[in-house]
Design a protein around this ligand. Structure first.
Ligand code: PSV
Ligand code: MN
Length: 453
């Protein structure tokens, strides 16, 4: 049933190529607006913050260092999730959606201005090919945005493409098609280099729909060979992140269905290759935090695509369905936070979502906050006591330690970190107060459609 609820990730998208990204009335959030919002919130915020700070202080927790860690933490916004997604049953326009890469940057700029935690964008090529590289870089600088991993796309056929990916790309039985797919990935790296990216994410839709259709071993070998060719083209300071997915769009088998297969490939490829964990790319009830722990142990955790799901790759708001799972994932990450061989700061923290009924910008603000909350809660875990409980096989105590952190309302800490970084105490509240969507609709119109999910 997964396919019935999974969002259609690449609907028949009409790319609106026209439209200036530098319109005169471009929606912007000023410092004055942020200051006045924070002033209005300050009394209630201070009360909540002092209460939690006082309580944590009694537990000898270093609140200053916790807030600093939150301030430094950044979560990348996917360029393909700034408009309404849709399912194969239809799509409902939100209005005011970005039509160009410039407008997508503007939207990330709005999010970042409100939370100061989303200072990077992840681009999907060819959806986001910059027509004017210099102008795009300048705009990104102006908005204080950097370019995180670039994504290749060999799951769709493009208009002027010579060969079809209907039966696969890097795994294809036909060498010509594999060469074309490799060349596309190399081109994506070249675009990324010009933008200042440091990683390419490869997600393959390759697989089969029916038993017998594909020779598993040969498909794997062909994929590995193609990936090796791409890997050889990586600049020395780049990473290749390999994403896995159990099903969809192929429903019988995927060439890289799980973390084990991704891990096998990245291990064969070399030090610059790492696994990317998309939270929605697991069969129901998979223990994702354990996968994260194992990848960390092997120094092969390259990054995340955060989202949430009930059944399949639902791409819902992060933390909306399984917040405890998100916390448990961060618990593993925090436990490893000072590991020199797998620096926390080198992990790519990215969102991958699709919005069917919600304003994408509101959804992304909520996702980022949920991730910050999970991180803050994981920082609260009393590690010494947890280790003691584990070693003593005190099962109840171990559970208590974890749940004590999870049940703490850390929102004032997250808000404090935002205020200190010049962001809004309550980004979503400010977004609504300023009627951002209404303004974007005025600017860009109601019948809009962005590239992507
Ligand atoms: C595939 O489901 C995926 O998670 C990959 O990351 C793609 O790049 C992205 O969604 C957009 O289609
Ligand atoms: Mn993904």
């Amino acid at each position: 049933m997964g396919s019935m609820v999974s969002p259609l990730k690449w609907p028949d998208i009409i790319i609106r190529l026209t439209g200036s990204s530098n319109r005169i009335n471009r929606m912007k959030i000023s410092e004055e607006q942020l200051k006045s919002h924070n002033k209005k919130e300050s009394e209630v915020h201070s009360r909540h913050f002092d209460e939690i700070a006082g309580r944590l202080d009694k537990n000898n927790l270093n609140i200053e260092s916790l807030i600093q860690q939150l301030e430094q933490f950044q979560v990348t916004i996917p360029s393909w999730a700034l408009g309404a997604g849709g399912t194969r049953f239809g799509r409902f326009s939100i209005g005011g959606e970005p039509a160009t890469l410039g407008e997508k940057l503007d939207d990330v700029g709005l999010i970042h201005a409100m939370n100061r935690t989303s200072g990077a964008i992840s681009l999907h090529i060819p959806w986001d090919i910059p027509d004017d590289m210099v102008a795009i870089r300048e705009k990104a600088d102006e908005l204080d945005i950097t370019f995180d991993a670039v994504n290749s796309n060999t799951f769709q056929d493009q208009k002027d493409q010579e060969y079809s990916y209907k039966y696969g790309s890097l795994c294809h039985t036909d060498k010509k098609i594999r060469v074309q797919a490799v060349e596309h990935n190399v081109q994506v790296i070249r675009y990324g280099e010009q933008l200042g990216s440091k990683a390419i994410t490869v997600w393959l839709a390759d697989g089969s729909n029916f038993p017998g259709q594909q020779n598993f071993r040969k498909a794997f070998e062909r994929t590995r060979d193609s990936l090796e060719k791409i890997y050889r083209e990586l600049p020395s300071d780049w990473k290749m992140l390999i994403e896995y997915k159990p099903y969809e769009p192929n429903f019988y088998s995927m060439v890289i269905p799980d973390w084990g297969t991704s891990f096998l490939l990245v291990s064969k490829l070399g030090d610059k290759a790492e696994t990317l964990v998309d939270l929605g790319h697991h069969l129901p009830n998979t223990n994702i935090e354990q996968i994260v722990a194992t990848l960390l142990l092997e120094h092969k955790l390259g990054g995340f695509h955060f989202n949430d799901s009930k059944y399949g790759d639902d791409d819902l708001t992060t933390g909306s369905v399984k917040p405890y799972q998100l916390f448990l994932i961060f618990n593993e990450l925090v436990e490893n936070i000072d590991h020199p061989d797998q620096p926390f700061s080198q992990i790519a923290w990215m969102i991958d979502a699709s919005h069917n009924v919600k304003d994408p910008l509101e959804d992304l603000l909520q996702s980022v906050e949920a991730i910050q909350i999970a991180f803050a809660r994981a920082l609260l875990v009393d590690r010494e006591q947890l280790e003691h409980a584990r070693n003593a096989n005190d099962v109840s105590l171990a559970q208590e330690v974890m749940q004590d952190a999870f049940r703490t309302d850390v929102r004032p800490l997250v808000a404090e970190s935002r205020i200190r970084s010049g962001a809004a105490a309550h980004p979503l509240k400010l977004y609504r107060q300023l009627e951002v969507r209404k303004n974007l609709i005025k600017e860009r119109g109601t019948e809009t459609q962005a590239t992507g999910l």
